[in-house]
Design a binder for this molecule. Sequence first.
Ligand code: FE
Length: 268
Amino acid sequence: MGQPFKREGDLRDLRSYPRWLQDVVSSTLRQKQRIVEHDFFFLMREARLPKAALRRFLIGAWPTIEQFPRFMAMTLKKLGVGDSPGEDLARRFLIHNIRVEQKHADLWIDWARAVDLTLDDIKGADGIEVPNTLTHWCWYVCDSGNTATAIAATNYAVEGLTGEWASLVCSKPTYAASLPEEIRVSATRWLRVHAHYDDAHPWEALEVIATLLGASPTVAEVEMVRRAIRSTYCYYELGLEYPMASLMHGSFDETASNASTLGALDAA
Ligand code: FE
Protein backbone atom coordinates (compact mmCIF):
# COMPACT_ATOMS: atom_id res chain seq x y z
CA MET A 1 0.00 0.00 0.00
CA GLY A 2 1.25 3.52 -0.80
CA GLN A 3 0.12 6.38 1.37
CA PRO A 4 -1.88 5.16 4.40
CA PHE A 5 -5.28 6.58 5.26
CA LYS A 6 -6.69 7.40 8.66
CA ARG A 7 -10.04 9.12 8.83
CA GLU A 8 -10.12 12.48 10.54
CA GLY A 9 -13.40 14.03 9.36
CA ASP A 10 -16.96 12.99 10.15
CA LEU A 11 -17.80 9.34 9.42
CA ARG A 12 -20.90 10.31 7.39
CA ASP A 13 -19.23 12.97 5.27
CA LEU A 14 -17.91 11.78 1.92
CA ARG A 15 -15.21 14.47 2.07
CA SER A 16 -13.63 12.56 4.98
CA TYR A 17 -12.47 9.86 2.52
CA PRO A 18 -9.63 9.78 -0.03
CA ARG A 19 -10.24 11.48 -3.35
CA TRP A 20 -10.18 8.19 -5.27
CA LEU A 21 -12.97 6.77 -3.11
CA GLN A 22 -15.05 9.93 -3.47
CA ASP A 23 -14.67 9.49 -7.25
CA VAL A 24 -15.77 5.85 -7.08
CA VAL A 25 -18.85 6.80 -5.06
CA SER A 26 -19.81 9.67 -7.36
CA SER A 27 -19.19 7.69 -10.57
CA THR A 28 -21.62 4.99 -9.38
CA LEU A 29 -24.22 7.36 -7.96
CA ARG A 30 -26.49 7.52 -11.02
CA GLN A 31 -26.78 3.78 -11.20
CA LYS A 32 -27.66 3.66 -7.51
CA GLN A 33 -30.25 6.45 -7.80
CA ARG A 34 -32.02 4.61 -10.60
CA ILE A 35 -32.68 1.73 -8.22
CA VAL A 36 -33.51 3.89 -5.18
CA GLU A 37 -36.06 5.72 -7.35
CA HIS A 38 -37.43 2.53 -8.91
CA ASP A 39 -41.25 2.48 -9.32
CA PHE A 40 -41.37 -0.54 -7.06
CA PHE A 41 -40.28 1.43 -4.00
CA PHE A 42 -42.58 4.37 -4.76
CA LEU A 43 -45.47 1.91 -4.97
CA MET A 44 -44.38 0.38 -1.68
CA ARG A 45 -44.27 3.81 -0.04
CA GLU A 46 -47.77 4.60 -1.30
CA ALA A 47 -49.05 1.19 -0.12
CA ARG A 48 -50.10 0.52 -3.73
CA LEU A 49 -48.21 -2.73 -4.29
CA PRO A 50 -50.45 -5.71 -4.93
CA LYS A 51 -49.93 -8.35 -2.27
CA ALA A 52 -48.53 -10.76 -4.88
CA ALA A 53 -45.76 -8.30 -5.80
CA LEU A 54 -44.75 -7.73 -2.19
CA ARG A 55 -44.75 -11.47 -1.56
CA ARG A 56 -42.46 -12.01 -4.54
CA PHE A 57 -40.17 -9.26 -3.31
CA LEU A 58 -39.93 -10.74 0.18
CA ILE A 59 -39.31 -14.21 -1.24
CA GLY A 60 -36.82 -13.13 -3.92
CA ALA A 61 -34.62 -11.07 -1.62
CA TRP A 62 -34.56 -13.63 1.18
CA PRO A 63 -31.47 -15.60 0.05
CA THR A 64 -29.41 -12.39 0.08
CA ILE A 65 -30.76 -11.40 3.50
CA GLU A 66 -30.25 -14.86 4.95
CA GLN A 67 -26.76 -15.27 3.53
CA PHE A 68 -25.55 -11.77 4.35
CA PRO A 69 -23.89 -12.79 7.65
CA ARG A 70 -22.32 -15.72 5.81
CA PHE A 71 -20.83 -13.39 3.16
CA MET A 72 -19.29 -11.38 5.99
CA ALA A 73 -17.99 -14.52 7.66
CA MET A 74 -16.25 -15.51 4.42
CA THR A 75 -14.37 -12.21 4.52
CA LEU A 76 -13.76 -12.43 8.26
CA LYS A 77 -12.03 -15.79 8.02
CA LYS A 78 -9.23 -14.18 5.99
CA LEU A 79 -8.40 -11.58 8.69
CA GLY A 80 -5.94 -12.06 11.54
CA VAL A 81 -5.36 -9.66 14.44
CA GLY A 82 -2.50 -7.27 13.77
CA ASP A 83 -2.22 -8.01 10.04
CA SER A 84 -2.60 -4.29 9.22
CA PRO A 85 -4.65 -1.30 10.52
CA GLY A 86 -7.16 -1.83 7.69
CA GLU A 87 -7.53 -5.54 8.39
CA ASP A 88 -7.95 -4.89 12.12
CA LEU A 89 -10.68 -2.36 11.38
CA ALA A 90 -12.35 -4.77 8.92
CA ARG A 91 -12.25 -7.56 11.50
CA ARG A 92 -13.90 -5.46 14.21
CA PHE A 93 -16.48 -4.14 11.75
CA LEU A 94 -17.41 -7.63 10.51
CA ILE A 95 -17.58 -9.26 13.94
CA HIS A 96 -19.91 -6.54 15.21
CA ASN A 97 -22.14 -6.43 12.14
CA ILE A 98 -22.56 -10.18 11.68
CA ARG A 99 -24.72 -10.11 14.81
CA VAL A 100 -26.65 -7.11 13.50
CA GLU A 101 -27.33 -8.80 10.17
CA GLN A 102 -28.58 -11.92 11.93
CA LYS A 103 -31.15 -9.70 13.64
CA HIS A 104 -32.09 -8.21 10.27
CA ALA A 105 -32.83 -11.70 8.95
CA ASP A 106 -35.24 -12.23 11.87
CA LEU A 107 -36.94 -8.90 11.14
CA TRP A 108 -37.37 -9.85 7.49
CA ILE A 109 -39.37 -12.88 8.54
CA ASP A 110 -41.60 -10.63 10.68
CA TRP A 111 -42.23 -8.47 7.60
CA ALA A 112 -43.00 -11.57 5.48
CA ARG A 113 -45.66 -12.62 8.01
CA ALA A 114 -47.56 -9.42 7.15
CA VAL A 115 -48.29 -10.92 3.72
CA ASP A 116 -49.03 -14.37 5.14
CA LEU A 117 -45.66 -15.91 4.33
CA THR A 118 -44.06 -18.35 6.74
CA LEU A 119 -40.37 -19.12 7.00
CA ASP A 120 -41.06 -22.43 5.27
CA ASP A 121 -42.73 -20.55 2.38
CA ILE A 122 -39.73 -18.32 1.80
CA LYS A 123 -37.17 -21.07 2.35
CA GLY A 124 -38.94 -23.40 -0.04
CA ALA A 125 -39.51 -20.87 -2.80
CA ASP A 126 -38.83 -22.01 -6.34
CA GLY A 127 -38.17 -20.02 -9.50
CA ILE A 128 -36.11 -17.26 -7.91
CA GLU A 129 -33.08 -17.57 -10.18
CA VAL A 130 -33.26 -13.92 -11.26
CA PRO A 131 -33.10 -12.28 -7.80
CA ASN A 132 -30.65 -14.99 -6.77
CA THR A 133 -28.05 -13.58 -9.17
CA LEU A 134 -27.29 -10.97 -6.49
CA THR A 135 -26.76 -13.71 -3.90
CA HIS A 136 -24.44 -15.65 -6.20
CA TRP A 137 -22.46 -12.51 -6.97
CA CYS A 138 -22.05 -11.64 -3.27
CA TRP A 139 -20.96 -15.20 -2.52
CA TYR A 140 -18.46 -15.18 -5.37
CA VAL A 141 -16.91 -11.81 -4.54
CA CYS A 142 -16.62 -12.58 -0.82
CA ASP A 143 -15.07 -15.94 -1.60
CA SER A 144 -12.61 -14.85 -4.27
CA GLY A 145 -12.23 -11.06 -4.07
CA ASN A 146 -9.85 -9.14 -1.85
CA THR A 147 -11.24 -7.76 1.42
CA ALA A 148 -11.80 -4.22 0.16
CA THR A 149 -13.66 -5.44 -2.93
CA ALA A 150 -15.83 -7.86 -0.96
CA ILE A 151 -16.80 -5.19 1.57
CA ALA A 152 -17.48 -2.69 -1.24
CA ALA A 153 -19.83 -5.11 -3.00
CA THR A 154 -21.77 -6.14 0.10
CA ASN A 155 -21.50 -3.86 3.14
CA TYR A 156 -21.17 -0.64 1.16
CA ALA A 157 -23.23 -1.28 -1.99
CA VAL A 158 -25.99 -3.65 -0.82
CA GLU A 159 -26.51 -2.05 2.59
CA GLY A 160 -26.09 1.55 1.37
CA LEU A 161 -28.57 1.18 -1.46
CA THR A 162 -31.01 -0.70 0.77
CA GLY A 163 -30.85 2.05 3.39
CA GLU A 164 -31.75 4.65 0.78
CA TRP A 165 -34.85 2.97 -0.60
CA ALA A 166 -35.95 2.04 2.92
CA SER A 167 -35.67 5.75 3.79
CA LEU A 168 -37.83 6.56 0.79
CA VAL A 169 -40.50 4.06 1.85
CA CYS A 170 -40.45 5.39 5.44
CA SER A 171 -40.53 9.04 4.34
CA LYS A 172 -44.34 8.81 4.47
CA PRO A 173 -46.44 6.96 7.06
CA THR A 174 -48.68 5.52 4.29
CA TYR A 175 -47.28 2.00 4.08
CA ALA A 176 -47.12 1.48 7.86
CA ALA A 177 -50.64 2.89 8.22
CA SER A 178 -51.93 0.39 5.64
CA LEU A 179 -51.04 -2.53 7.93
CA PRO A 180 -53.26 -3.86 10.73
CA GLU A 181 -52.33 -2.14 13.96
CA GLU A 182 -51.35 -5.32 15.78
CA ILE A 183 -48.54 -6.11 13.30
CA ARG A 184 -47.62 -2.56 12.26
CA VAL A 185 -44.57 -2.22 14.49
CA SER A 186 -43.12 -5.68 13.92
CA ALA A 187 -43.81 -5.74 10.16
CA THR A 188 -42.06 -2.41 9.55
CA ARG A 189 -39.11 -2.80 11.90
CA TRP A 190 -36.80 -4.10 9.15
CA LEU A 191 -37.65 -1.04 7.05
CA ARG A 192 -37.17 1.34 9.96
CA VAL A 193 -33.79 -0.02 11.03
CA HIS A 194 -32.51 0.33 7.46
CA ALA A 195 -34.12 3.72 6.94
CA HIS A 196 -32.59 5.14 10.06
CA TYR A 197 -30.86 8.18 8.66
CA ASP A 198 -27.72 7.81 10.66
CA ASP A 199 -27.35 4.11 9.91
CA ALA A 200 -23.57 3.92 10.02
CA HIS A 201 -23.07 0.57 8.29
CA PRO A 202 -22.28 1.72 4.71
CA TRP A 203 -20.17 4.61 6.00
CA GLU A 204 -18.16 2.30 8.22
CA ALA A 205 -17.70 0.07 5.18
CA LEU A 206 -16.25 3.04 3.27
CA GLU A 207 -13.86 3.73 6.12
CA VAL A 208 -12.72 0.10 6.10
CA ILE A 209 -12.19 0.19 2.31
CA ALA A 210 -10.19 3.44 2.55
CA THR A 211 -8.06 2.15 5.44
CA LEU A 212 -7.36 -1.12 3.62
CA LEU A 213 -6.34 0.48 0.32
CA GLY A 214 -4.92 3.77 1.61
CA ALA A 215 -4.91 7.21 0.05
CA SER A 216 -3.15 6.21 -3.19
CA PRO A 217 -4.06 2.68 -4.35
CA THR A 218 -3.17 1.41 -7.82
CA VAL A 219 -5.52 2.02 -10.75
CA ALA A 220 -6.26 -1.71 -10.80
CA GLU A 221 -7.30 -1.71 -7.12
CA VAL A 222 -9.57 1.29 -7.62
CA GLU A 223 -11.18 -0.29 -10.68
CA MET A 224 -11.82 -3.51 -8.79
CA VAL A 225 -13.74 -1.61 -6.12
CA ARG A 226 -15.68 0.41 -8.69
CA ARG A 227 -16.60 -2.67 -10.73
CA ALA A 228 -17.69 -4.54 -7.60
CA ILE A 229 -20.08 -1.73 -6.65
CA ARG A 230 -21.42 -1.54 -10.21
CA SER A 231 -21.96 -5.30 -10.33
CA THR A 232 -23.94 -5.20 -7.10
CA TYR A 233 -26.17 -2.41 -8.42
CA CYS A 234 -26.65 -4.25 -11.71
CA TYR A 235 -27.74 -7.53 -10.03
CA TYR A 236 -29.86 -5.67 -7.49
CA GLU A 237 -31.76 -3.91 -10.27
CA LEU A 238 -32.12 -7.15 -12.20
CA GLY A 239 -33.60 -8.81 -9.09
CA LEU A 240 -36.42 -6.26 -9.04
CA GLU A 241 -37.73 -7.76 -12.27
CA TYR A 242 -38.99 -10.71 -10.24
CA PRO A 243 -41.55 -8.82 -8.12
CA MET A 244 -42.23 -6.36 -10.96
CA ALA A 245 -43.26 -9.27 -13.17
CA SER A 246 -46.40 -9.74 -11.09
CA LEU A 247 -47.36 -6.15 -11.90
CA MET A 248 -46.60 -6.42 -15.60
CA HIS A 249 -47.80 -9.89 -16.51
CA GLY A 250 -50.72 -10.61 -14.19
CA SER A 251 -54.10 -12.00 -15.17
CA PHE A 252 -56.58 -9.63 -16.81
CA ASP A 253 -58.04 -8.68 -13.42
CA GLU A 254 -54.62 -8.10 -11.92
CA THR A 255 -53.52 -6.15 -14.98
CA ALA A 256 -56.56 -3.88 -14.74
CA SER A 257 -55.85 -3.06 -11.11
CA ASN A 258 -52.14 -2.76 -11.78
CA ALA A 259 -52.75 -0.22 -14.51
CA SER A 260 -54.38 2.01 -11.94
CA THR A 261 -51.61 1.12 -9.48
CA LEU A 262 -48.91 2.34 -11.84
CA GLY A 263 -51.05 5.33 -12.79
CA ALA A 264 -51.20 6.30 -9.11
CA LEU A 265 -47.48 6.93 -9.20
CA ASP A 266 -47.99 10.14 -11.13
CA ALA A 267 -50.19 11.45 -8.38
CA ALA A 268 -47.80 10.33 -5.62
FE1 FE B 1 -29.12 -5.16 7.11
